[in-house]
Design a binder for this molecule. Structure first.
Ligand SMILES: [Zn+2]
Length: 198
């Protein structure tokens, strides 16, 4: 006896999410169709569809947004600093620290020679054209301390240095080879305090 096709599709749907193995996917699928959670599941399905069709990238910084410009880019009271991060999740991590009040630029990826991802595959072009029109007092590169994070930071530093723009790198209270998303708030605050000129 096998599962009906539609139920199998549902399991595969859950399984395609990060961190969800076959067993958890199976459990979630059973939960989703169970009598007591049917209404909640349908609401979830609607919000999932709505989110996917309406959430976009901020046209200025690349952060996820539900309008063409995100809340942070619209906020004129922010400091004239720019922090360059890998993804929208990292923006939220730094926002939670309350230690940084500037703006962000989201690369939406990292340069990764081993995965065939080059500078053209992430939002560096946009960064350069942004720096031509927006003025910042300080630029901080806050990519992870992984190999790809370091390669990306070095690339950006070199590129900006060639245009006469100085950059800072967040400091190494940050453990080596760590993704920003796994770093606690205190460590992030320390990494900001100990930033160094590149
Ligand atoms: Zn934005």
């Amino acid at each position: 006896m096998k599962y009906p096709k539609k139920f199998k599709d549902l399991i595969e749907g859950f399984e395609s999410f990060p961190g969800i193995g076959p067993k958890t996917a199976e459990r979630l699928a059973f939960y989703a169709i169970s009598k007591q959670s049917k209404d909640a599941s349908l609401r979830f399905a609607d919000s999932l569809k709505d989110a996917i069709s309406s959430i976009c990238e901020c046209e200025v910084c690349g952060m996820i947004a539900d309008e063409s410009k995100c809340e942070i880019c619209k906020d004129d009271t922010r400091d004239k600093k720019l922090m360059i991060v890998e993804n929208s999740k990292d923006v939220i991590s730094f926002e939670k620290t309350n230690a940084y009040k500037g703006k962000y630029h989201v690369l939406n990826g990292l340069i990764s020679p081993t995965n065939g991802i080059g500078p053209d595959d992430i939002s560096i072009d946009k960064l350069i054209s942004r720096l031509e029109s927006e003025q910042f007092d300080e630029i901080i590169v806050a990519t992870s301390s992984t190999i790809d994070g370091e390669i990306t930071a070095m690339y950006i530093n070199k590129l900006l240095a060639s245009k006469g723009i100085k950059t800072y790198r967040i400091g190494y209270g940050l453990p080596v080879s760590t993704d920003i998303e796994y770093v606690d708030e205190i460590t992030l605050i320390k990494s900001l305090e100990s930033k160094k000129e590149m």
